[in-house]
Design a protein around this ligand. Structure first.
Ligand code: IDC
Length: 456
């Protein structure tokens, strides 16, 4: 977000009226690489802060990160020209795509609005002192405070057949999946995610990155950067992020194994210190034996674990993640006879309530009793993601999941024309996501079921 010129002028006017002088902390020394902070205005209850990063070295900086601590009672709110992640009172700002490179001698600025009386301390620029000294100041990383799903639950792990929080308590996450990023990236932004996190009270965002159909294979770097960005956005709002490798056709996940190795290595490496990442390694395998899906998982999971040893991995199942219910119905038995060779994993089940009757529900009920399960995708309509809703059948699935604390994610958080997209066509271009006036029937229904209180 860039501050508008008029707002800057208004803030400048406020500075003049209040007779304030600019407070510069940690000034940059000429030859050093520094991040210096200034309160460019202060209106008593809050202030506008600005960091100036100066490259005093002889080679370009490619990618920057500025982190600091704010004292209790002081917090940072909106920000611009950076991406924010927060852990308790420790704030970490990273470059955006457009300002990550700083040539020798050049500067880059980013800013944010602070509330409360305090100022940043213990500042680090790319891990070194912001004043250009060689010894980083001691940093304190207080335990996460606050009430967001991630602040409350921390790093998740599979305990028995349940998904458990850092305190070992079984929990259920509920949230939304994006549509394909190649089509509906315009529905995933600060405004829409603020609504998802703060109005819908979603616990989890599934980032659905197709591989084919104009997805990852056409621009690996571009799609990887998008996923990085959405992970930061989910993290900044205290939501869990499922990184969905949305393979669909061809249905054999091994077709994309080399791409998956590259992608997940980079994602897991970049985000390994976060507590909110889940890795979904194969959206919907089809026309392939369980043994091939297992073989794929057995090869890819160690690649992820080499970077991020404690992230939960979600494994797709036979026949479009139907546990084989769309095939011969023996999928659960085949998994039990030949499980994936890793711990801290769950298997996925997808359903579309207007297509998937009691046979599917019973298959799923059987699986819940025997395997750790996560529903990473479901719709209240038919499997095309379109057509009439069957809310009665959908509610039966939801009741079963609530009883058993099975986490779920609904398809999809976009304004696609089909009934399964929560927003009416044109909502994302208009940029107005709040309330219910822009929601389709399925959107109103699912919002009500995501908003109810969590049992964390
Ligand atoms: C659908 C999208 C549609 C797209 C199609 C092909 O709604 O716009 O053209 O995929 O990729 C799934 C898939 C998911 C489907 C969804 C609805 O995971 O990609 O989205 N669905 O058909 N499995 C069952 C249903």
């Amino acid at each position: 977000m860039r501050r508008s010129r008029s707002l800057l002028l208004a803030l400048a006017a406020a500075v003049i009226t209040a007779g304030l002088t600019l407070v510069a902390v940690s000034p940059a020394s000429a030859a050093a690489t520094t991040a210096s902070f200034a309160k460019v205005s202060d209106w008593g209850s809050g202030w506008q802060g600005e960091y100036t990063i100066t490259n005093g070295g002889s080679s370009a900086i490619n990618g920057w990160q500025v982190e600091f601590t704010l004292p209790a009672g002081t917090s940072a709110g909106s920000y611009w020209d950076s991406l924010l992640t927060q852990s308790g009172q420790r704030y970490t700002f990273r470059n955006r795509e457009y300002n990550g490179t700083i040539a020798p001698g050049a500067t880059v600025k980013f800013g944010f609005v602070g509330s409360g009386p305090g100022s940043p301390s213990a500042c680090l620029l790319n891990g070194a002192s912001c004043t250009g000294g060689t010894t980083p100041p001691p940093t304190t990383t207080p335990p996460p405070a606050g009430t967001t799903p991630v602040a409350k639950n921390g790093q998740l792990r599979v305990c028995g057949k349940q998904l458990c929080n850092a305190q070992g308590k079984p929990i259920q996450l509920r949230g939304m999946s994006t549509h394909g990023l190649q089509w509906y990236a315009n529905c995933v932004n600060d405004a829409s995610l603020n609504v998802l996190a703060n109005e819908w009270n979603a616990d989890v965002l599934r980032i659905s990155m197709y591989i084919q159909e104009g997805g990852y294979e056409t621009d690996p770097a571009g799609f990887t950067a998008k996923v990085h960005d959405y992970i930061e956005k989910a993290t900044a709002r205290g939501m869990y992020a499922i990184v969905d490798w949305h393979m669909l056709s061809p249905g054999d996940p091994n077709f994309n194994l080399a791409r998956a190795r590259t992608f997940f290595t980079e994602i897991a490496n970049r985000h390994k210190n976060k507590t909110n990442i889940l890795y979904e390694i194969a959206n919907e395998p089809s026309d392939v034996h369980w043994s091939s899906i297992k073989s794929y998982a057995d090869q890819l999971i160690p690649v992820i674990r080499a970077q991020d040893p404690d992230g939960v991995v979600l494994v797709g199942t036979e026949d479009w993640s139907s546990l084989g219910a769309s095939g011969d119905g023996q999928g659960v038995a085949r998994i039990l006879a030949n499980p994936v060779n890793a711990s801290n994993i769950m298997y996925t089940f997808h359903f579309y309530a207007a297509s998937h009757d009691d046979y599917y529900l019973n298959t799923f009920r059987d699986a819940i009793a025997k395997l750790p399960m996560f529903v990473t995708e479901f719709g209240t309509q038919t499997a095309s993601g379109d057509g009439g809703n069957n809310f009665g059948q959908a509610q039966r699935y939801l009741d079963l999941m609530a009883q058993n604390k099975v986490s779920w994610v609904n398809w999809n958080f976009s304004d696609d024309f089909r009934t399964g997209a929560v927003f009416t066509t044109g909502t994302c271009a208009a940029g107005a996501y709040s309330g219910t006036s822009r929601l389709k029937e399925a959107g109103v229904w699912i919002r009500d079921r995501i908003r109810t209180a969590d049992d964390f």
